[in-house]
Structure formats: C-alpha cells, structure tokens
Design a protein around this ligand. Structure first.
Ligand code: ZN
Length: 214
C-alpha cells in the first residue's frame, strides 16, 4: 500500500496552512510568495533602524526569505507500508529522530528529537519512514504539542496499528535567549493512541523505552 504524503495532498492538515499568516500562498498548491517575503524582511530590518543598503545586509532579505521557505516546506515522499506477514505484535520504537521546526508564536526555531513507537496490526512501516513523517510535520509553523499529536494521529490513521506513541523532547529558542528558561531545559510532550493509551502494560513498556535516557 502506498500513500502519497506531499504538500499537495488535500487531505493533509498541513497542506493548506499557507493560506494564513505571514507566508501567504499565491496559489492552491501552497507556493510561498518569496518576493513578498523578501519585501517584508526588508521592512522588518528598516523598522529596527538597520541600514539595508550596507554590504552585509543588502542580500539578507533574500536569504531570510529562502531560509524560512526551506524550513516551512515539507518534503514529499511516498509512504510505503507492508503486510505484517510474520504477525509481529510487539512494540516497534524508533528513537532519537532529530528535527527542526519553527515556533508559531515567536518565529524562532525549536529543535529536538522524537521517539516514535507503534504496536503493529495488519501493516508495518519501513523504519526510515518515521523520520520522514516527523520532519514532514515539523516543516511548518508549529507548537510542540500540535506536532506531537499530528505525528501520532497521522500514523494512527494511515497505519491503523493497535497503538501509537510519540514522545518529543525539544529546546525552544524563544524561551532560552530571553531568560524565561535556563539554557539546557527541555520541553517534553507526548501523545499516545490505542492500546498504548489504554493498556497499562503496553503503556508502561512504551514509556520505559521511550523515556529520555540520561
Ligand atoms: Zn515560541
């Protein structure tokens, strides 16, 4: 079974978000208006009293527009699942999937790792695909809470496993440089579905294996 996961997928919750906010879509395919973004960055620098004609800043608006567009553009991929012919019925856990995202409240990066697990039913997922799913949803204006739930819900819907669990540990730049939170403090979020939510033994096993190891 192959499921396309791309920015053109109309059923995908991320697909049409570019209609809103600072990165206005110019057509229904969610194309980012780079020229408008560049003008906006130039205005932003001006509003901070910066000389945008200086050698250092002259090309900054273009670089910022492209950098943001890159962070906010999810990569397309084909999600291939396979029949669970061997009837594997224990936890599959992929730990330490690195990602970067952009906090929608401050437009500052947050980065971290995701630990994604599931209890298979009829289909299994290629292990490398977990990183694609995490990074696909991270390529957006995000909150850590929403990112965690989107990954869990998407796997729950498309893999239809017995259970899904997602733990995310992340560092938010919008907190540490402003002194709200000490450097090194991490935010932990989790989302569990199916038997990883309701079955005590499965839940305990998932959290033991997915817990931060330090
Ligand atoms: Zn923030």
């Amino acid at each position: 079974m192959v499921t396309a996961l791309s920015s053109r997928d109309q059923t995908h919750p991320v697909a049409n978000h570019l209609d809103h906010g600072a990165f206005r879509a110019v057509d229904s395919d969610g194309v980012i208006d780079l020229d408008a973004a560049e003008r906006a960055v130039r205005d932003l620098l001006r509003s901070f009293g910066r000389d945008i004609d200086s050698e250092h800043l002259a090309d900054t608006p273009r670089r910022v527009a492209y950098a943001l567009a890159e962070v906010l553009t999810p990569a397309s991929f084909e999600l291939t699942t396979f029949p669970n012919d061997e009837h594997y019925d224990e936890l599959v856990l992929v730990r330490e999937i690195t990602f970067r995202s952009l906090c929608e409240h401050h437009l500052l990066p947050f980065t971290g790792v995701a630990h994604v697990g599931y209890l298979p039913a009829d289909r299994i997922l290629g292990l490398s695909k977990f990183a694609w799913v995490v990074r696909h949803f991270a390529a957006d204006l995000q909150t850590q809470e929403r990112l965690t739930m989107q990954i869990a819900d998407w796997l729950d819907e498309h893999l239809q496993p017995k259970g899904v669990g997602v733990v995310i540990e992340a560092d938010h730049q919008c907190m540490s440089p402003r002194g709200v939170q000490a450097d090194g403090a991490r935010t932990l979020t989790l989302a569990v579905r199916g038997s990883l939510r309701h079955d005590g033994r499965s839940r305990q096993e998932f959290f033991t294996l997915a817990a931060p190891q330090r």
